[in-house]
Design a protein around this ligand. Sequence first.
Ligand SMILES: Cc1cc2nc3c(=O)[nH]c(=O)nc-3n(C[C@H](O)[C@H](O)[C@H](O)COP(=O)(O)OP(=O)(O)OC[C@H]3O[C@@H](n4cnc5c(N)ncnc54)[C@H](O)[C@@H]3O)c2cc1C
Length: 400
Amino acid sequence: MSYDIAIVGGGPAGLSAAYSASKEGLKVALFEKDPSFGHNIRTSGVSWIKEMLKYEIPSDCYNPIKNFVFISPNNEIRISGKEDSACVLDVRKMYQYLASKAAAAGANLFVKSQVADISRDLMTKTSHLKVNSTISPKSIKAKLIIDASGFSSFVSRKLGYVVEWKRFGAGAEYECYCDNIDESTLTLMVGSIYSEAGYAWVFPLSKNRVRIGVGIGKPDSNVDPVEKLNKLIANRVKPLDSLGKIQPIEFHFGLIPNEGLRTRSIYEGLIMVGDVVGQANPLVLEGIRYAIEFGRLAGKVGADSIPFGCTIESLKPYEIANRKTLEKKINSALRVQERWLALSDAEWDKEIDIIKGLTIDEFLDFIKSDFTTSKMLKVALTHPKLLAKQLFNLVAKKNE
Ligand SMILES: Cc1cc2nc3c(=O)[nH]c(=O)nc-3n(C[C@H](O)[C@H](O)[C@H](O)COP(=O)(O)OP(=O)(O)OC[C@H]3O[C@@H](n4cnc5c(N)ncnc54)[C@H](O)[C@@H]3O)c2cc1C
C-alpha cells in the first residue's frame, strides 16, 4: 500500500501531524503499536489552559489548576493564582480526541500496528515500512516518514541517524482514588526524601482522583522510581498524609529525554518530532504542548514538501522553527536543572523561597520556561534574595 506520508507513533506528536497533513489533502497513514490511543499512559499530563484553547482541546479533557504548592524537606510555599492557568489532562480522552480530529481530516489510523522495520530507497526517494499487525497493511511505501515514536526514536535509530538517549528522566505514577483533595492546586515536592535527582508530584484530576508520582534523572541516580513511589505512599510522606484513603487505580510509567534537542530534526524523506527529537522542556518534564505544536508543523511542512521530493531544503522550515522556538529555552532549562541537581536538602529549603519572591506572572514564565533575557534580568534585579539573583542571572546571561 502506498501513502504520501507515513507517521510512526500515535502520541500527541504523531496524531497532530496526521491531522495537519491530512487537512492538506494528502494520503496519510499513522501506525500505533498499542491497542488504542492513550492506552499506555506515559505522562502525568500537566499542561496549560492557554495552549489547550489555542489547539481547540475541549475543556472536558482537563481539570483546571489555579494554585501551586512547593514542598521541600523543611519548607513549603504556596503560589495562589488569579485565575486558572495550568491543567491536568485526562490523557486518554485528550489523545482520543486528537485521533478523532485526525480521522475527521481524512487520516488512516492503525492501532495495534507496530512498525518493525524501515528502509529508504535513495533512487526512488521512497521509504519501505514493515508493520506487525492484523489490522493494517503489512508492507507500506511512503514518500515521507514522520518519526513520532517518542523516547525510543524507533525510525531514526533504525535508519542510523541517532543513538539512544543517554540522559533521561524515568517516572512512575499511580492514578488514585483518594478521599479528598484540593482539586485546583498542584503540588511539587523536592529533596532527597521525594527524589534523589528530580521531584515528586500530586496532580489532581478531580476532588477524588489524583496522580501521585516520582521522577528520577538517569544516570544521575540509580534509584528505581517505582520503589521510591511505593515508599512515599506507604509512609504517607507529606502532603500524602492529608489525602485520606489513597487507592491506586492505574499505574503509569514513562521515560523522557533530558539532553536538549538532537543535532538535526530533518533528513531526506524524514521529519523527527516530539520526544524523538527532544522537544520537551526538561525542567518540569513538559512536552505535550510542544508535541502538538511541532506535530502540526511537521504535518504541514511535510505536506508542502511532497511536490519537491521531501528534500532537506524543502523540509528546512521545520528545522528552522524547531531551533528558533526551542533551543534557547531548553538550554536555559538544562542550566537550571544542573544547578538543581547539585542542591542538598538544606539548599532546597532556601531555593524554594526564591519562588515565594516572584509575582504570579513571573512564576508562570519561569515554570513554563518562557525565559527571555530581558524578563530574567528584570527578575534578577528586582528580587530581594541573593540566591535568586544567581539563579536568574544564570538563565539570562548565557541566553544573550
Ligand atoms: C514520567 C513522565 C511525566 C511527564 N509529565 C508530563 C507533564 O506533566 N506534562 C507534559 O506536557 N509532558 C509530560 N511528560 C512528557 C510528555 O509525555 C512527552 O513529551 C510527550 O508525550 C511526547 O509526545 P510524543 O508524541 O513525542 O511521544 P509519545 O507520547 O511517547 O508517543 C509515542 C507513541 O509512539 C508509539 N510507538 C513507538 N514505537 C512505535 C513503533 N515502532 N510502531 C508503532 N508505534 C510506536 C508509542 O506506543 C507511543 O504511543 C512526561 C513524561 C514522562 C516520562
